[in-house]
Write a protein that binds this ligand. Structure first.
Ligand SMILES: *Cc1c(COP(=O)(O)O)cnc(C)c1O
Length: 421
């Protein structure tokens, strides 16, 4: 097992903790940008290739701006996400609006921003039309393959999924949208989550490319682009291997040549909307040990808790832990690593082999760059942690301050408003 490394100078983390306290999140901007560029380069054979970064993975303006400046799109599914994207300078067709159970105001804002609106249901064609009092020239549909595909533990089985239109409905969707005035058509699916098997993603490309042909054959409608969704996984455990993007691209290109080019359906834009794969490995939760307790088991109590990072408690997810400054000590102890919530599942790790840990040690929790801070919550009146970004120039930026009691309590009315009807 190779040990996961912390890319920052230890002294820097100590200095930040002295000035700003713990816990905090810190992101490696250069690694994020390099990874994003590598993804783009791998798919450069497709001249319109784009990754729409899933805003929900890391909804911080500075991160979105950093990616947006380099040509990233954004994948939004709510009004605040649309607004964040706009604030970060990502608008127009660089926004993919993939919502479900969508309220009118979100259709209206997505249309106003000229986003690609990706409809989740056949009834949403009329819902969109009545919301915006017209119909967009560009439209996309989210396809649910039903029993043709299987899911995994994170995303579940497509037949059970609330998302997307069925194969039968799909053809009608495009025909109706065309009658309503649409001129540019896209096709989307999202069947993977945290998937490290290349073949699974290649299968998705196969299924969408084949559908592009079928839609053309049956309706005469030319699909201009396919969005293969997000869901490319990252290696959370030290022995897992990251997705080989170059091989993934090569295998998808072979299908593209065979299904799209050969049938005269090129050019076809290829999109992804990965969040986790872009930022996940490059974010770290830095936290300090408050107490080491010996009960029936040995416990390490941190100043971070499940409200900072809920993946371990939610899915039993593995997040690697480095004890700063003790990287080379033997892991001859075993601990449950906990937070301070009044919930027994508030644990970052269970029976984790670690070196001997003492009060005051600083721990770095890895792979916290996506679906981490974003999933945070305020239960037990826990206040959200600050976020720092070491940008590609090496500057250390505070991109979100620590939440205060005043922030937490702001929506509560000490002088209640009496509703009189
Ligand atoms: C969550 C989500 C994504 C991003 O998933 P990752 O696992 O972060 O790549 C992309 N598209 C849709 C529609 C999603 O719901």
């Amino acid at each position: 097992m190779s040990e996961k490394k912390v890319p920052f100078d230890k002294e820097l983390l100590y200095k930040i903790s002295q000035r700003e306290g713990t816990p905090f999140y810190i992101y490696d901007g250069k690694a994020i940008v390099d990874n994003f560029e590598r993804f783009k380069k791998a798919f450069s054979w497709n001249s319109d290739f784009r990754n729409y970064f899933a805003v929900k993975a890391l909804p911080n303006l500075n991160i979105l701006k950093m990616l947006g400046e380099r040509g990233s799109g954004s994948d939004c599914s709510s009004l605040p996400e649309l607004k964040l994207s706009k604030e970060a300078g990502i608008t127009g067709e660089r926004i993919m609006f993939t919502s479900n159970d969508t309220p009118n105001e979100e259709f209206i804002e997505a249309y106003r921003l000229n986003a690609i609106i990706n409809l989740d249901d056949i009834t949403h064609i009329n819902a969109l039309e009545s919301a915006i009092k017209g119909f967009p020239e560009t439209i996309s549909f989210r396809y649910n393959p039903g029993k043709e595909r299987t899911g995994n533990v994170f995303i579940g089985n497509p037949v059970e999924a609330k998302y997307g239109v069925t194969k039968d409905q799909l053809f009608d969707c495009y025909k109706i949208a065309k009658q309503k005035g649409a001129k540019h058509f896209y096709l989307h699916t999202m069947v993977a989550s945290c998937e490290l098997k290349r073949d699974f993603i290649v299968q998705t490309a196969n299924s969408l490319f084949s559908l592009v042909k079928k839609i053309y054959d049956e309706t005469g409608i030319r699909i201009e682009g396919v969005d293969l969704g997000g869901g490319i996984g990252i290696p959370y455990t030290p022995d897992a291997e990251e997705m080989n993007l170059e091989l993934l691209s090569k295998e998808i290109k072979e299908l593209y040549d065979r299904i799209i080019v050969k049938n005269g359906l090129a050019p076809l834009k290829v999109f992804f909307e990965c969040g986790r794969m872009i930022t996940g490995p490059y974010g770290y939760l830095v936290t300090k040990v408050r107490h080491v307790c010996h009960k029936y088991k040995d416990y390490v109590g941190l100043d971070a808790c499940m409200a900072d990072l809920m993946r371990p408690a939610l899915y039993g997810a593995y997040h690697h832990i480095t004890v700063l400054g003790k990287e080379n000590e033997i892991k001859d102890h075993k601990y449950d690593v906990t937070g301070s919530l009044c919930e027994n599942n508030d644990k970052f790790a269970i029976d984790r082999p670690l070196c001997k840990i003492e009060k005051g040690d600083m721990l770095v929790i890895h792979d916290a760059g996506a679906h981490a801070h974003a999933m945070g919550f305020n239960y037990n009146a826990k206040l959200r942690s600050p976020e720092f970004l070491v940008n590609p120039d090496g500057d250390i930026l505070k991109i979100r301050r620590r939440e205060t009691f005043e922030d937490y309590v702001a929506p509560q009315l000490f002088n209640p408003e009496k509703l009189e009807f």
